[in-house]
Design a protein around this ligand. Sequence first.
Ligand code: KG4
Ligand code: ZN
Length: 335
Amino acid sequence: KKDTFVFGIETSCDETAASIIKNGTEIVSNVVSSQIESHKRFGGVVPEIASRHHVEQIVSVFEETLKQADLTFQEIDAIAVTKGPGLVGALLVGVNAAKAIAFAHGIPLIGVHHIAGHIYANRLVKEMSFPLLSLVVSGGHTELVYMKEHGSFEVIGETRDDAAGEAYDKVARTLHLPYPGGPHIDRLAAEGQDTYALPRIWLDEGSYDFSFSGLKSAVINTVHNAEQRGEEINPVNLAASFQASVVEVLTEKTVRAAKEYNVKQVLLAGGVAANKGLRSSLEQAFINMDQLELIIPPISLCTDNAAMIAAAGTVLFEQGKRDGLDMNGHPGLDI
Ligand code: KG4
Ligand code: ZN
């Protein structure tokens, strides 16, 4: 059987990325051009700047991706591109570039949901076995997704307010840490103790939904109250206390859902999956569950990349799914 090469493109937020995946599981090349430095002084991603960066970077990212793989577009079987959700102007750069290649070379075009991509990053580590549960935690999403087969996504719980990564970034800003704050809080948390009594937000009995805005406000209030009283806070312990709350709730709900849905695998996905506290808490929680396999991708495959988009795109390609050259970007796409 002939090998399948899928070229993936990701431009939904602040990374311009392309990758080539062989037979759905093997990374042949993987290039990520980050814009973080350009957004830092604004404390977050500025959509207009993101779009312009993608326009400037995308062709050189493509060239590097082909060069690393020693392939040309003539040898590519399909172009997979993130069609949503994300920043619309940013998405359109990737979508339009994908269409231009598909049109010029007569290659099939496949639109991929960004979160499906994050989940399929796990297939670059280990073959999936169904049914499975994925904890998706990123800057824009916090979801527990049940999959009974390839391409089938059932959201059994999601955040009712802030995404986990969003809470991390806002708390980091309160502690005067640079954007994106998640990795900085993670680093501080490793050195600190859970000494501040912050809430664990469980919501209704049995619910798999999440809420992080109350926790975020509790951290902000702690800082403001200390300032008003002229007291010093201990940022290292506050970071550790915040992370302890987030990790405890994410771990406990994931474990409960994995048991209730009797899944074979639990996959971790999204930028916050890079969090060391969360990774070790899940490892501890699942260590003695023999029937159940926990997969945690390497950090470079957790944050935004195009390898995950090509991996998800390969499954759609093999299922015969195709998009037309009228495909658009969808900022609020449902999975
Ligand atoms: O998946 P991603 O790269 O982009 C989105 O699709 O949102 O996720 C970015 C988010 C940011 O909020 C960032 O602060 C967070 O992931 N993040 C982390 C860590 N590394 C990245 N949060 C906690 N701990 C980390 N180590
Ligand atoms: Zn993402």
